[in-house]
Ligand binder design. Structure first.
Ligand code: ADP
Ligand code: MG
Length: 571
């Protein structure tokens, strides 16, 4: 997994080298400072030459200033490295999510996904920057400090350094515990986000049912759970830092006491003693740093694991290796022996055979839950059939690129999803980069012109999240306008007018009729009155096509259709 992590450094080799080099020099200067102080105290002080002492101090000032510059580079460019890596990861993840199939989104919560694309990645950037650099520098400084301390007084150096393995062991011990805690925390944040997302997007239902209290209770559970896991993680962290703190201070005291003894016994000069005390602080720094890395590492890695998991989710519907982009289609559709089930549950469709000529309008009717929507969603390959083949113009849909296949199919549904934005943006979604005239033309054909002209902002009117500022009919017209712009040869109208009142329905039916002109059209209609214009009626029931024909023929046959008909219109 580390190898996969380091692969993200590849585009930023230059930045990494710059950062690393500066960090190494900064560390070396940190070591040089105590040595310089040692020289000032032991050599320059006794000489009593003020000008020399002044030069010595100026040299120390120089070391400080250069260090400051190096620290700036390390902090800024080092973080730039981390931020760039984080940005790359975000992009990769978003790109992947765009390609995941309907099945994936059926089974994953929006809030969870949002959480993964935000929170989970936060700490990876930090780790990307601090991890390798801090560890290397820390070990280098440790080794350097140890070397110099050995040179000054090896007995004291060895005694002081006994503490190092103990500290590292402790850190590793806590790191494992924290790793588990942070994993749980990320899962909790995701649940928490999912809860908030679900609540806010359904707030109108919540208030309509006056179920705010119930929602608050549900939220309290998630919020409480999140609190507890977070507390646990930070308690472990607190133990870790307290114990480390005490150990480090013990080392300082130890050096102070033993160093004094060595000085009194004349085995150490004052300068060496001061340098030793300073060095023991220098070496405590890296241990703190190693500790910090060990603390953030589990968080970053927990996030990275979750990131990889999502990134490696293969879209179960994707272009075949030899898929071809189809330029244009006439719209001859053929379902042959098609079978399908969601998630290995019961069969939804079984051995469906259906041919539709280009330009034909076919109405799909049948009992609710009979599989009409499912059948239609197989055509643009939102789901892949388990059995049989679906061809358009004789070409198997699985042999076309998804992009080209879907560019030839337009779907108008009952619940329209409009994006938060302007009327213009939403209409132009059917053809990105459509010209002003094209947008107006589409709006006119969808009978939206009046609405747009009545708004002071015209096409730039904001329609609110999911188009809340529009009526049901207006939303439907928006989706029809979008479809005029897209201009696909194949059109699916899935209960497009079912949610509307009869008057609006009749008005919109006009636009829909115009839209379906010259296209192969599949109309799913709940109200049988709306399918009068269909060339053929196909009844989907009992997992298959129960019967088909024209209105009169089907009535006479006395099957499912005639039962549906008498249920709606009386005998
Ligand atoms: P219709 O459009 O004819 O009313 P559908 O095609 O929507 O029927 O549904 C057919 C069956 O498939 C139903 O039993 C429904 O519960 C099930 N179903 C629909 N969509 C999904 C889905 N995304 N995941 C699992 N089952 C589904
Ligand atoms: Mg349906």
């Amino acid at each position: 997994m580390l190898r996969r992590f380091f692969a993200y450094y590849r585009p930023y080799k230059g930045l990494f080298i710059l950062d690393f080099t500066c960090a190494i020099f900064a560390a070396l200067l940190e070591l040089a400072f105590p040595v310089a102080v040692n020289r000032v105290v032991d050599d320059l002080l006794p000489s009593g030459k003020w000008d020399w002492i002044l030069y010595g101090c100026l040299a120390l000032l120089g070391i400080y200033i250069i260090s400051a510059g190096l620290h700036f580079v390390v902090t800024y460019w080092g973080h730039m490295l981390g931020i760039n890596i984080e940005t790359d990861m975000r992009k990769k993840l978003f790109d992947r999510v765009q390609k995941l199939s309907f099945r994936f989104f059926d089974n994953n919560k929006t809030g969870h996904l949002v959480s993964r694309m935000t929170n989970d990645l936060m700490d990876i950037g930090e780790i990307a920057h601090h991890g390798p650099e801090d560890l290397f520098i820390a070990f280098m400084t440790l080794a350097g400090a140890f070397g110099i301390m050995l040179g000054i007084n090896w007995q004291l150096a060895v005694m002081t350094f006994i503490i190092v393995p103990l500290m590292i062991y402790l850190s590793l011990y806590f790191s494992r515990k924290m790793s588990r805690a942070f994993n749980r925390m990320f899962a909790d944040i995701a649940d928490y986000n999912a809860r908030v997302e679900n609540n806010v997007s359904g707030i109108r239902v919540v208030q309509a049912f006056a179920n705010e209290k119930h929602e608050m209770e549900l939220f309290k559970i998630n919020n409480g759970r999140f609190r507890v896991t977070k507390l646990i993680a930070y308690r472990i962290m607190a133990w870790n830092s307290s114990i480390s703190f005490v150990l480090m201070k013990l080392v300082s005291l130890f050096v102070l006491v033993c160093g004094t003894w060595f000085v009194i016994e004349d085995q150490m000069t004052y300068g060496e003693f001061i340098a030793f005390v300073m060095l023991s602080n220098v070496f405590l720094g890296p241990i703190k740093q190693i500790n910090a890395v060990i603390e953030t590492y589990p968080k970053g890695i927990a996030g990275f694991k979750r990131y990889l998991e999502l990134l490696e989710t293969a879209p179960d519907i994707d272009d075949a290796p030899d898929a071809q982009a189809v330029e244009s289609l006439r719209g001859d559709i053929c379902f042959a022996g098609v079978g399908f089930s969601y998630e290995n549950k019961e069969q939804v469709l079984r051995n469906v055979n259906l041919s539709i000529r280009a330009g034909e309008t076919v109405a799909l009717v049948g009992p609710s839950g009979g599989g009409k929507t499912t059948l239609c969603s197989l055509l643009p390959r939102f789901y892949d059939a388990d059995a049989g083949t679906i061809t358009i113009d004789g070409i198997d849909t699985t042999r076309m690129t998804l992009e080209s296949l879907r560019s030839h199919i337009g779907i108008v549904q009952q619940d329209i999803f409009l994006f938060d934005g302007t009327i213009r943006d939403n209409i132009a979604y059917g053809k990105l980069g459509a010209s002003e005239e094209e947008i107006w033309e589409a709006a006119r054909r969808a009978q939206l012109e009046e609405l747009i002209l009545s708004q002071p902002e015209g096409l730039n009117t904001m329609i609110g999240e999911r188009g809340v500022k529009l009526s049901g009919g207006q939303k439907q017209r928006m989706s029809i306008a979008r479809m005029f712009l897209k201009n696909p040869p194949i059109l699916i109208l899935d209960e497009a007018t079912s949610a509307l009142d009869t008057e609006t329905e009749a008005a919109i039916q006009q636009s829909l009729n115009e839209l379906s002109q010259g296209r192969t059209t599949l109309v799913i209609a709940h109200r049988l009155a709306t399918i009068k214009n269909a060339d053929r009626i196909v009844v989907v029931a009992d997992q298959s096509i129960a019967e088909q024909g024209d209105h009169n023929g089907l009535l006479q046959a006395g099957g499912v259709y005639s039962r549906l008909h008498s249920a709606q219109f009386g005998a």
